[in-house]
Design a protein around this ligand. Structure first.
Ligand code: CP
Ligand code: NVA
Length: 308
């Protein structure tokens, strides 16, 4: 049984195999109506629980559709309507759910909840985002990069803005996929030392550069994310915006990257805040391919978890 808890806790061979399978499964669906089942039905007879303690559009819909395309059944559960951590321990919820379902995906706040769920569940558990990481997003992003530009090994990725949960998973991926990452943002919002250290230990070059223009020089990929994540307090919004404004990804900033650099954003995006519409809708942007690939990458993750 394989849990998919983080990029760095999954072997490089398995990560590559998952992405390769995602590409094959995507190819097999070309031109098909979205509601049509896949030819292969590896999840036939399987029940998947999707638990959300935070809002979601992409994760929720792509997991749900992915399960159905592979012949399984899914239930979308709101954390606040469950006894999760309120009426009973996470461990007991995990034990109970394991008697009903074959796979659990959870989006939560504290990653301790994810880890407790995985420790006590007797079925695989997938991380659908925590305050600290978002591994499913990065699997889709690596697939997207490879589809457009080939291998990401040795490439320069620039993260502009808040060193948040998505940035952390990019640092995990730097270690596993062998790319370099330059972070550009205010020092108060640097990624955690643990994530930077892991990438450096694995041989990736990780640079912290306060000057956004210098940071993007030679970039193969520029990535942005919201300035206020779901776990950040709304009262910090104005302070964060003031700190992060110099790191907006706009056409001027993109002009300092390589001419064929790609732009990514996990979405939802705040147009004219962390990124301008000109970049989001411009020729270097692959944001909607990333969103689509959530579906394909997660289908492959689920198959890996279940060994089917
Ligand atoms: N990128 C992402 O995870 O989007 P949702 O929050 O809409 O699921
Ligand atoms: N950093 C964002 C990502 C949303 C998909 C958040 O955690 O809100």
């Amino acid at each position: 049984m394989n849990h998919f808890l983080d990029i760095h806790t999954t072997s490089g061979a398995d990560l590559h195999a998952i992405i390769d399978q995602a590409k094959v499964m995507k190819q097999a669906r070309q031109g098909r109506p979205k509601g049509m089942a896949d030819d292969e039905q590896p999840l036939a007879g399987q029940m998947v629980a999707l638990i959300f303690e935070k809002p979601s559009t992409r994760t929720r819909i792509s997991f749900d559709v992915g399960v159905r395309q592979m012949g399984g059944q899914s239930m979308v559960l709101s954390g606040k309507d469950m006894q999760l951590g309120h009426g009973e321990t996470i461990a007991d919820t995990a034990r109970v759910m394991s008697r009903y379902v074959d796979l659990i995906m959870i989006r939560t706040f504290d990653e301790a909840v994810l880890h407790e769920m995985a420790e006590y569940a007797s079925v695989p558990v997938i991380n659908g985002l925590t305050d600290r990481t978002h591994p499913c997003q990065i699997m889709a992003d690596i697939q997207t990069y490879e589809e457009h530009r080939g291998s990401i090994k040795g490439k320069k990725v620039v993260w502009a803005g808040d060193g948040n949960n998505v940035c952390a998973s990019f640092l995990h991926a730097a270690a596993k996929f062998g790319f370099d990452l330059t972070f550009t943002g205010p020092s108060q919002l640097d990624p955690e030392d643990e994530f930077v250290g892991l990438a450096r230990q694995a041989g990736s070059k990780v640079v912290i550069e306060r000057d956004a223009v210098k940071a993007v020089e030679g970039a193969d990929l520029v990535v942005a994310d919201t300035w206020v994540s779901m776990h950040d307090s709304q009262s910090s919004k104005e302070r964060r915006h003031n700190m992060l404004r110099p790191y907006q990804v706009n056409e001027e900033l993109m002009s300092h990257a390589k001419p064929d650099a790609l732009f990514m954003h996990c979405l939802p995006a705040h147009r004219e805040e962390e990124v301008t519409s000109a970049v989001m809708d411009g020729p270097q942007s692959v944001i909607f391919d990333e969103a689509e690939n959530r579906l394909h990458a997660q289908k492959a993750v689920m198959r890996w978890c279940l060994g089917v």
